[in-house]
Design a protein around this ligand. Structure first.
Ligand SMILES: [Zn+2]
Length: 309
């Protein structure tokens, strides 16, 4: 064998390894090819009609509590963007009506938050969420993951809360299945999930919209305030405002290896939200975990910081 062949072979081998690694990084963090066909129905006229179906006073304001913060690379939450870390917040929302309140999402429970190694857990905020759950006339969650349903399942007053809680069948079946969060023994007995197709009004100006994909039980919550201001709580259909703005979903590392999303469904939902944002720029689209968006909503008064009467 002639001298000089080995370096060439080595170079070819190294090139092959680099190409394979590059392809893997692309696939895991950058791939966001949108489906060329199909669509998610998000008919705002139909949603508004459903919101008007239940008569009565609508919510006059919406409060927010941020229970925990985790710093994660932005590219994990929005494929193909930057590697700089972003503040991933876990929020709970309280719709304040003249006659009571509705809670949307209940934040992380402390045990799951600790297991998840969140960077900051706000005990005082968690206590305020717990107190608000105790006083709520209705409790709903965007989906069954612990950072949305954890505060409910960990409540010491869960048996008292469940008659006021609305879960769809998938949320009920899939929740509390991964340790350390679990339904306390016997607490599931007698609970009747709300099965619905498409959308359903649950209070004046409040509509649940089925959106399975991130999880089987995922739904969005449309809210019309008494003054007409509209909101869409997107849950983790869109965790970040950039998911909608850029039509980019979470990276495959997250969707395929951690949360097991139906990527096609989430992409079609994201595309529908992108179209809605363009057609109806005044609707406040509230992402599931976006600290920057939360702060902007707080500054504009669309969300009022802190659960207080
Ligand atoms: Zn989440």
């Amino acid at each position: 064998m002639r001298a000089g062949k080995w370096p060439a072979r080595l170079a070819k081998g190294l090139l092959a390894i680099v190409l394979i690694l590059a392809a893997a990084v692309y696939w895991l963090f950058y791939d966001n090819r949108l489906p060329p066909t199909g669509s998610f129905p998000l008919d705002i006229a139909a949603i508004r009609a459903e919101a008007a179906r239940i008569p009565g006073d609508k919510a006059r304001l919406i409060q927010v509590e941020t229970v925990s913060h985790s710093w994660k690379p932005g590219i994990a939450m929005v494929a193909g963007t930057g590697w700089a870390k972003i503040d991933l917040v876990r929020n709970s929302y309280r719709l304040v009506f003249p006659t009571g309140s509705i809670i949307i999402d209940t934040g992380f429970d402390p045990k799951t938050a600790a297991a998840d190694k969140v960077d900051r857990f706000d005990d005082a905020a968690y206590r305020r969420v717990q107190a608000a759950l105790d006083g709520a006339m209705r409790i709903v969650v965007t989906h069954e993951h612990a950072d949305h349903i954890g505060g409910l399942l960990a409540s010491p007053h869960l048996p008292r809360l469940l008659p006021h809680t609305i879960l769809n069948p998938e949320q009920f079946a899939e929740s509390g299945r991964s340790a350390p969060l679990a339904w306390p023994k016997g607490s599931r007995a007698g609970f009747r999930p709300l099965d619905y197709q498409g959308m359903i009004a649950i209070a004046p100006g409040v509509v649940l919209i089925r959106a399975p994909g991130h999880t089987p039980g995922s739904q969005m919550v449309y809210v019309q305030r008494a003054d007409g201001q509209e909101y869409l709580f997107m849950g983790d259909v869109a965790s970040e405002a950039d998911n909608v703005r850029l039509e980019r979903i979470r990276s495959r590392l997250v969707t395929d290896f951690m949360t097991h999303d139906d990527r096609r469904a989430v992409m079609l939902q994201t595309m529908a939200l992108h179209r809605l944002a363009a057609a109806e720029p005044r609707i406040a689209l509230v992402p599931g975990h976006d600290a920057v968006a939360t702060a902007a909503f707080e500054r504009s008064g669309l969300l009022v910081p802190g659960f207080r009467d």
